[in-house]
Write a protein that binds this ligand. Sequence first.
Ligand SMILES: Nc1ncnc2c1ncn2[C@@H]1O[C@H](COP(=O)(O)OP(=O)(O)OP(=O)(O)O)[C@@H](O)[C@H]1O
Ligand SMILES: [Mg+2]
Length: 504
Amino acid sequence: MESAAAIVHMRDITVRFGSVVANDAVSFDLRAGEVHALLGENGAGKTTLMRVLAGLIRPVSGTLAIGSRPMRLRSVADATAAGIGMVHQHFMLVPSMTVAENACLGRPAGHRMLVDVRRAARDLAELSHRYGLAVDPTAKVGQLSVGQQQRVEILKAVYRGARVLILDEPTAVLTPQEADSLLDVLRSMVAQGTSMVLISHKLREVMATADRVTVMRRGRTVGTYRTADVSAPELASLMVGREVPVSTGPVRPRTGGDTVLELRGARVTDRRGVPRLDDVTLRLRAGEILGIAGVDGNGQRELAMVIAGTEPLTGGSIHLRGRDVSHASPATRIAHGLAHVPEDRQGTGLVLDLSITDNAVLEVAAHPPHSRRGWLNRAAMRAATQELIDRYDIRCSGPDQKVRELSGGNQQKLLLAREIAREPAALLVSQPTRGLDIGAIEYVHGQLRGLRERGCGILLISTELDEILALADRVAVLYGGRITALTDRADVRVEELGLRMAGR
Ligand SMILES: Nc1ncnc2c1ncn2[C@@H]1O[C@H](COP(=O)(O)OP(=O)(O)OP(=O)(O)O)[C@@H](O)[C@H]1O
Ligand SMILES: [Mg+2]
């Protein structure tokens, strides 16, 4: 059925990493002018397959053709020359350079670099206008927001002549508003002749944007479907190989537990004297989930950092189980029962070049049974890690594998597993299910509910309103660094919450 119109043909592609078969005789076709979504559980092999197409990984077997020409993509340069561009899960821009300089990188340089950059800036401005991708070519990349950097990655690919654009979970890092406008941009690019592969865990997005969808499971393709012919629940069960229960968080009236975490008039002022967190007063009780809703950039990061102890308070105080920890180190806070799942797992959450075991015991290694009289007990550490791997279904080759080699979603599962396993008194989680597949989201939500049942107080910071509504017992809105609303879940009116999040 895929014949004349296909511009990318991948046949029986097999990729191995040691003992892991990441792609097992996978076939995939992309037709000219379509959006083809790639869907599948964490670790299913989606990124790997597209890295083959982008010239980053050489498969052990299989064939690839662009149009009717059989190709051997040995490098990114080969793929670029063949008109293929990929925007990765983690961006690959140089922060100290301008947008235009980034676009020129990796091209045969030489004495014409300056002229090229000037011309690039002009061409980029033209392209950004054509596709509605607002970006200033002369801006330094390091000063751009995540959403803007992503637009730079897309522009860079198009500037280099990409006719096939691969996007790996592009909306995972965006606010809902940014995500909507990106999807509009993608549609306009397709209307102007670009063909697109969209890797995504968001079924709604797949259904709304893609013409066809290929589902992968454990390194193989399950099938390719027209989105017009399948439903979202059908796709979900194809992905995980079973029916996925749709969770409805029980809304229980809370009886007041002890206060585990309290902020009184917490304030953070940046170097220019601008308040980033303004007079925040919150009380988190044992056995409840308090959801902090809001659009990214309204103080979420600062709130998490002052509680974790990685950013100083400039006013007010923080108390953990009745103890003033306003100026305590992160380690002291951990010792007093705080656990923390930060938003950026690759920055502060995990050490990528260490093994799963080393990461799993990172903060507890100083205590028995992992250490006795200062000696680390490797065997105990590995056994404990293997248990986490089994319980959280972390797809890997074993406890000794480097975290860098795990798929994005499996890195996130590891981080959550480590923090939850410590049975903290208070858990601070930011964006816990970003990048997770729907089966894994279900599992993580179940774990968070279980932790709450066992009496942990959970402060859930999420820009996904659906997630807050599914889990939280009370909901607060953070806007412009202030708490602008605080309601019991049962009294929440969604429209009003939306307005508050928008600052009205
Ligand atoms: N460089 C690597 N070295 C070793 N193993 C790897 C490497 N890259 C990927 N893998 C493994 O290959 C498998 C597929 O990973 P891949 O990143 O393609 O999954 P994915 O479908 O993109 O998942 P996610 O939705 O979590 O991003 C995983 O088991 C992963 O651990
Ligand atoms: Mg991936």
